[in-house]
Design a binder for this molecule. Structure first.
Ligand SMILES: [Fe+2]
Ligand SMILES: [Fe+2]
Length: 273
């Protein structure tokens, strides 16, 4: 797994401190002109639809919040590092990132509909976008075995993570936990990567984001938006919906908005261009 750029590591470190101000974050991002360019490009894209051109980073941080800008920096760096075609063998790159974007925007739309604070909504997006990151090292290190694991899952009607555990002795949540640790990710994003297939076993403080991503993941797989190698996703339990305070039917209304939002979020894939 490639490492994250040093500046992004610093961004995460600074943002782990709850006292971090927009000026502190601005100072760290300024150190890396490429990162700064990407963050401004995202902020000015249709994805945010701010309606005004923002050229000052510190102003952008004040408008969007420290946490949102941290997530933008992280998401753009991850996609930049791990989205190149040559890294993909068993999984198809376009399908995988479309799945990831779909889970990110679905989680975000669900959070918005539930009235989650606007400054927190981007945390739902980033957790959804990165939830399956553990599939990348499995795919790269064990390509042939991974292809076989996916076909076993399809043949036997198993959820992919269960087939991974059986065939490889590790699933993508465990692999993702190792990646997150090596990147020093913490909080909701790290927990989502490690626990999104084991909601019952999770006892941390980010259960709301985890449950939202689990529902979004089920939706993306069921609708066949993108491809994650998981044709038999586990259905979220009724308890998950009731804890979130939503009805299952909400998913039917999301198909149109999700597709529209994915188009806008594609800017994340084109940042290097
Ligand atoms: Fe997964
Ligand atoms: Fe997934």
């Amino acid at each position: 797994m490639p490492s994250l750029p040093t500046t992004v590591g610093k961004v995460l470190e600074v943002c782990n401190n709850p006292k971090t101000s927009p000026i502190d974050l601005d100072r760290v991002i300024q150190l890396d002109p490429v990162l700064m360019g990407r963050v401004l490009k995202l902020i000015n894209s249709a994805y945010y639809g701010l309606g005004t051109q923002v050229t000052s980073l510190v102003r952008a941080i004040i408008m969007l919040g420290v946490n949102t800008v941290k997530n933008l920096a992280l998401s753009s760096a991850v996609l930049d590092r791990v989205s190149s075609k040559k890294d993909f063998r068993a999984l198809n790159m376009e399908g995988f990132w479309r799945h990831s974007l779909c889970v990110g925007v679905t989680a975000k739309l669900l959070a918005r509909r539930r009235g989650i604070d606007a400054k927190m909504v981007e945390e739902y997006f980033a957790a959804g976008l990165l939830h399956d990151i553990g599939k990348i090292p499995l795919n790269n290190a064990l390509a042939d075995d991974y292809v076989r694991t996916m076909s076993t899952a399809d043949r036997e009607g198993l959820a992919l993570f269960a087939a991974e555990r059986r065939a490889l002795g590790i699933d993508h949540c465990e692999a993702g936990r190792i990646v997150a640790e090596s990147w020093r990710l913490t909080g909701a994003i790290a927990d989502t990567i490690a626990w999104h297939h084991d909601l019952g076993g999770y006892s941390g403080e980010h259960g709301d984001i985890l449950r939202t991503v689990a529902v979004a993941n089920f939706f993306a797989n069921r609708e066949g938006i993108g491809f994650s190698g998981n044709l038999y996703p586990e259905k979220p339990s009724p308890e998950v919906y009731s804890l979130l305070g939503i009805e299952k039917g909400i998913l039917e209304e999301l198909v149109g908005p999700v597709n529209a939002e994915i188009e806008k979020a594609k800017v994340f894939l084109k940042l290097g261009a």
